[in-house]
Design a protein. Structure first.
Length: 257
């Protein structure tokens, strides 16, 4: 990670945030080449009481343990620690903590993006013409098309447990969509959002959640770029980039998982 510090600090390359979830208390652990202490709690006002800190800045927390001497592959592995499939990653702290899949807290980076925009609001208003959020999704939004199905007594008895698992990301989508709408409607600057989604040709043959994709699955993902939704996303993106007003730079924030 240290190899990227200088270029990211000087904005020669995009500044990347990574996050994972601490199993001990559900807090996010935020990783970056820059300090993120300002991201450790949401913006507060007089209505908030008590300790609202719900995230940990990795580089500050492990300041005495050479935190930037960490491979990006290891960071991605921490972020992708899917429950049961992969063992949790243990961190050198006292007490020892372990971390797992960041998607359990913020699967598409919405919470992190809005928190960053909230803290940077004054600078954004003074120095840019607005914000463009690009979201890259591994699945379609919505969900009526693929409900949780069961056809026996056992399925009926276990439905409450598996229904929550099946709908976890959908419920997160609904909640974060509300967060986005509230924020965008009350922001003092324009915010545009363009999303790209993996839309399989058929639900039965969609790419599996796997470390090794087959050739057919790879081709299906590539073909998804030609879907109506994604083509409209490309059109909208080019339209925003080539906006008539070239006198003011548009800030680009990429949210991807």
């Amino acid at each position: 990670m240290k190899d990227y510090r200088k270029d990211e600090a000087e904005a020669n390359i995009p500044l990347m945030f990574y996050h994972t979830v601490i199993t001990r208390d559900g807090k996010m652990m935020l990783l970056s080449t820059q300090h993120l202490r300002f991201m450790m709690q949401p913006p507060t006002d007089s209505a908030n009481e008590g300790d609202a800190v719900d995230a940990v800045d990795y580089s500050s927390f492990f300041a005495k343990q050479d935190p930037y001497n960490l491979r990006l592959l290891s960071i991605l592995r921490m972020n992708a620690t899917f429950p049961i499939v992969l063992p949790n990653v243990w961190m050198p702290s006292k007490p020892v903590i372990d971390v797992m899949d960041g998607g359990l807290r913020d699967n598409y980076g919405v919470e992190n993006s809005l928190r960053f925009l909230s803290h940077m609001q004054d600078w954004i208003e003074a120095n840019t013409s607005g914000v463009l959020i690009i979201q890259i999704r591994d699945r379609m939004d919505g969900g009526w098309e693929n409900p949780y199905e069961y056809d026996n007594l056992t399925g009926n008895s276990t439905k409450p447990f598996f229904l929550l698992q099946h709908n976890w990301y959908k419920m997160m989508d609904y909640f974060q969509s509300d967060m986005e709408n509230y924020f965008i409607s009350n922001s003092g600057y324009p915010i545009h959002k363009v999303s790209f989604q993996y839309i399989p040709r058929s639900e039965e043959n969609k790419a599996a959640l796997s470390f090794h994709l087959s050739e057919r699955e790879k081709l299906d993902i590539i073909a998804s770029l030609n879907s109506k939704h994604n083509q409209e996303g490309f059109r909208r993106l080019l339209e925003l980039i080539n906006a008539k007003d070239k006198s003011t730079e548009t800030n680009l924030s990429i949210s991807a998982h």
